[in-house]
Design a protein around this ligand. Structure first.
Ligand code: GLU
Length: 266
């Protein structure tokens, strides 16, 4: 009887153990990506110079990072499929499984860390203010009582509510629409990351970026939370650290933001 019981117990253990290891294997996203032979990345299509379409080509700093990740994970930088995301839908597109990761000018914040995991930072930025040249606005405090464009779902929106609580916010869903609002004089200022403003100001010299930065933020690659993405996160962090060590992140910055030098700093 005892022998039968022990045998039975053994059989159950083997079943449970093999079942578990199969499950673990199945739920490892890095293994799934390798099997699929394609990395699926959520990127912006309207945030020059990070992710934008010009002459029919999707390009930018974040797009280059995505190609580098495909090379690292799959040995070929072209094995990447891009899915457009916006500030309002990017986290739900990640958490619903539509994309493997987000490389989408996404600032690492404690609030976002409650719902996604982040890589180490790959780019540093800060909130800045863009105005039409000749406007009397000098600091974030001057925005109180004035119309200011923000992009919904961004750190710019949240920060401005804190730093200029009496600003009259005009929320837009995309950068394209937000910048168009400035061109159409719908507001006196626009607030977002300095690197994104730099991309716009480079092409529209009638606008300028104020020297003040009222936050410091790091962009991270975002992953779904959970053990499924841990090996992917490790590999991506190793890749970012290596790109930084080899000076490649600085090279990318000089390529995509050539004028993002001391002119744009404090
Ligand atoms: N980096 C900021 C954020 O994560 C603004 C840029 C963006 O929304 O893409 O909210």
């Amino acid at each position: 009887m005892l022998k039968k019981f022990v045998l039975c117990l053994l059989a159950v253990s083997v079943f449970v153990l093999t079942g578990c290891s199969k499950k673990e294997e199945k739920s490892d996203l890095l293994a799934t990506i390798k099997k699929r032979g394609e990395l699926i990345v959520g990127v912006k299509y309207d945030s020059k110079p990070f992710g934008f379409v010009e002459n029919g080509k999707l390009q930018g700093y974040d797009i280059d990072i995505a190609h580098l990740m495909a090379k690292r994970l799959l040995g070929n930088e072209n094995l990447v499929r891009f899915v457009e995301v916006t500030p309002s839908n990017r986290i739900s597109k990640l958490n619903s499984g539509e994309v493997d990761m987000l490389i989408a000018t996404l600032t690492i914040t404690p609030k976002r860390l409650e719902v996604v995991d982040f890589s180490v930072p790959y780019f540093y930025t800060g909130q800045a203010i863009m105005i039409r040249r000749g406007t009397s606005i000098k600091t974030v405090g001057d925005l109180n009582g004035r119309r200011v464009i923000i992009i919904l779902g961004t750190t710019g929106e949240r920060n401005l509510r804190y730093f200029a609580p009496e600003a009259i916010l005009q929320g837009y869903k995309s950068y394209q629409d937000g910048f168009q609002g400035m061109l159409n004089r719908k507001a006196e200022a626009l607030s977002t990351d300095d690197a994104i403003i730099a991309g716009f100001v480079m092409e529209h010299p009638e606008f300028m970026m104020l020297p003040q930065r009222y936050t410091q933020e790091g962009y991270g690659i975002a992953f779904r939370k959970g053990s499924e993405t841990l090996s992917l996160q490790n590999e991506v962090n190793l890749a970012i650290n290596e790109l930084r060590r080899k000076g490649y992140l600085n090279y990318l910055k000089s390529q995509w933001l050539p004028s993002f030098s001391e002119n744009f700093k404090k």
